[in-house]
Write a protein that binds this ligand. Structure first.
Ligand code: OFO
Length: 170
């Protein structure tokens, strides 16, 4: 496997692992703050990010490279509000989209069309995840300070998830 591609894929392995732990930390915060629907949503999202990481790990190894599992920085675990949490989540997904786009760009420059083809799954996944995060942010902004609205949002968030996310990994 092309070394440059192997390296950027390994950096992405770390980013997906970090995403999984960031969403896990968010899930814990939501759970201890009595937001069980939001926490369930985030636990599931954390698991999906772990699957993204594994998908990359397996691809690197199958193509003759070596997947590297490194230390990961500690994610943020305190949030002032649900709005801050989901705003962080949206910004994180935008960063991941940019990172995926960079990999796609490098694949084309290096003429690695196999990895380019493989990365298309991530391109579509990011489109869905970003769209979902934006939908959620719109709803949270609508709710504002309304506690009843937050109660309903927490109850219904997992329905929004099932309409928008396709967690298929294979
Ligand atoms: Fe939410 O991002 Fe993985 O790819």
């Amino acid at each position: 496997m092309n070394k440059k591609i192997e390296n950027i894929l390994n950096i992405q392995v770390d980013k997906e692992a970090f995403s999984s732990r960031l969403y896990l930390a968010m899930a814990v915060w939501a759970e201890i703050n009595g937001l069980s629907g939001i926490s369930e949503f985030l636990y599931t999202h954390s698991e999906e990010e772990r699957m993204h990481m594994l998908k990359l790990v397996k691809f690197i190894n199958e193509r003759g490279g070596v997947a590297k599992i490194s230390a990961i920085e500690k994610p943020k675990s305190e949030f002032n509000s649900v709005e801050e949490l989901f705003s962080d989540l949206l910004n994180h997904e935008i960063m991941i989209t940019n990172s995926i786009n960079e990999i796609v760009h490098t694949c084309l420059k290096e003429k690695d069309f196999t990895t380019h083809n493989f990365m298309q799954w991530f391109v579509s996944e990011q489109m869905e995840e970003e769209a979902l995060a934006r939908t959620i942010m719109d709803k949270i902004k609508m709710i504002g300070e309304d506690k009843g609205g937050l109660y309903l949002f927490d109850r219904d968030i997992n329905k929004i998830q099932s309409q928008n996310i396709s967690p298929q990994v294979n």
